[in-house]
Design a protein around this ligand. Structure first.
Ligand code: GCO
Length: 448
């Protein structure tokens, strides 16, 4: 496998998110986001850590982009913090926030790195959460205002946009399971959030496309391939339900198919929060869809989880190879999911906007020998190539992540980076996987 097998225009890069790397949580007029509040609440983050400093990317971005350049990484996915740009959630624009992202974007461009901007990677302004956040229809106006401000200030230089990062993850974990910000749980929180996020997903894409007709406008989805844990009927049905919730819930309304209502019975509860005409408003033909996938899960019937009546049979309990997140290493999952997206016959272009692995890395004599990560990446890339050769229009691959960072409720422990970060000294050390990927991109290790 070599770079040229993927064609000359294939997009190669790494992905990050504002809260996970920036730090500087109170700098230059930024207001708190729901992740600032959540991480500062006792008991919410396993390690009791916060993103207050994180990778200090807010001040170290130039060195980090120098490193990215030296590794031949041509595309960089990052997100903007809503709270730096509109500290009140809407209205007053904070010029210092605009200036920061202008500097960041320019610093990418002067190094020949193409910026990919995610508008919303989970850090909702706390002031908007105080008014109900995604549970309330009134979130749509500030959200659209935020997108317009981004387009107005950055649209001259940013050509690739993503509206959302993983709506199922932030509503499922944040409004149903309560384990991510804003820490709400239960169907009564989840269903209104799903309704409004699905609406914002369609409307947001349309808005950005109208404002920036020349740009590539996308949005991203979290996915896991789901297989039943056994051949039994109950487990098979559980797998279908989990697949509907985890992989189809936000995609199908976008494609004009409405919320899934066959394997799982959620639609009436979501519809309750919608108005007539909303279903049409949710539909938008994005220039590309961002697919994010790390693993496959095995589903079992469970009487304890309402709505999906399924739980996940963890990889460690199944005795299969897994990462530090307890996610099975199963390269074919990405091939399966790409084929699944293609099977709708409606998606023009797919970019794998996240894929990667966490392993317990450490620096030994200035090196990080992370052979497991390199093997993981190679195998998943091989499966992407296979899908591409079979006609799936997958045109990019971004590794999560450029560097180790704040892994949400897990704290800093799971390390996903191609670059190791010592969070005390902030020293960066390129891992063997980063060196390998760099060689792959520059054609130095042609056959792997
Ligand atoms: C997500 C987010 C990332 C995560 C990554 C590893 O997929 O949850 O986009 O912010 O850090 O996926 O869990």
């Amino acid at each position: 496998m070599k770079r040229s097998d993927f064609g000359p225009d294939f997009v190669w890069g790494t992905a990050t998110a504002s809260y996970q790397i920036e730090g500087a949580w109170q700098a230059d007029g930024k207001s708190p986001s729901i992740w600032d509040s959540f991480s500062h609440t006792a008991g919410k983050i396993k390690t009791a850590e916060t993103g207050d400093r994180a990778c200090e990317f807010y001040t170290r971005y130039e060195e980090d982009l120098d490193l990215m350049r030296s590794l031949h990484l041509p595309h960089f996915r990052f997100s903007t913090a809503w709270t730096r740009i509109l500290p009140d959630g809407h209205g007053r624009v904070n010029q210092a926030g605009i200036d920061y992202y202008n500097r960041l974007i320019d610093a990418c461009l002067t190094r020949g790195i193409e910026p990919w901007l995610t508008a919303y990677h989970w850090d909702l302004p706390q002031v908007l959460q105080d008014r109900g956040g995604w549970k309330k229809r009134s979130i749509l106006e500030p959200f659209e205002e935020y997108l317009s401000v981004l387009a107005r200030y950055f649209g001259d230089r940013v050509k690739n946009w993503m509206v959302f990062n993983e709506p199922m993850a932030f509503t499922g974990l944040g409004y149903f399971a309560g384990v991510h910000a804003p820490g709400l749980w239960g169907p009564w929180n989840f269903f209104p959030a799903v309704a409004h996020v699905a609406l914002a997903q369609g409307r947001g894409g349309r808005l950005l496309k109208n404002l920036l007709p020349q740009a590539q406008i996308g949005t991203t989805f979290s996915n896991s391939w789901i297989d039943p844990a056994s051949d039994g009927w109950l487990d098979q049905q559980a797998a279908l339900r989990l697949h509907a919730v985890m992989n189809r819930l936000y995609l199908e309304p976008l494609l004009g198919l409405g919320f899934p209502n066959d394997d799982v019975w959620l639609k009436p509860w979501i519809d309750f929060h919608l108005k007539s005409g909303d279903e049409k408003d949710m539909v938008f033909d994005y220039d590309f869809i961002g697919v994010q996938l790390y693993t496959r899960e095995k589903a079992r019937f469970s009487a304890l989880t309402p709505l999906v009546w399924a739980d996940i049979h963890k990889a460690s309990l199944r005795g299969v190879k897994h990462t530090e997140m307890d996610w099975e290493v199963y390269p074919q999952a990405i091939y399966n999911i790409l084929k699944f997206y293609h099977s709708y016959g409606k998606i023009k272009k797919i970019i794998v906007t996240e894929n990667g692995a966490a392993f317990p890395d450490s620096v030994v004599n200035g090196r990080v020998h992370d052979a497991d990560r390199t093997a993981y990446l190679k195998e998943y890339m091989g499966q992407i190539l296979r899908a591409r050769q079979e006609g799936v229009p997958v045109e990019g691959y971004m590794i999560w992540s450029f560097m180790d960072n704040f892994e949400w409720a897990e704290g800093f422990r799971p390390r996903f980076g191609l670059v190791h970060v010592d969070f005390d000294s902030q020293k960066r050390t390129v891992k063997d996987s980063g060196l390998w990927f760099s060689d792959f991109l520059s054609g130095r290790n042609a056959n792997v």
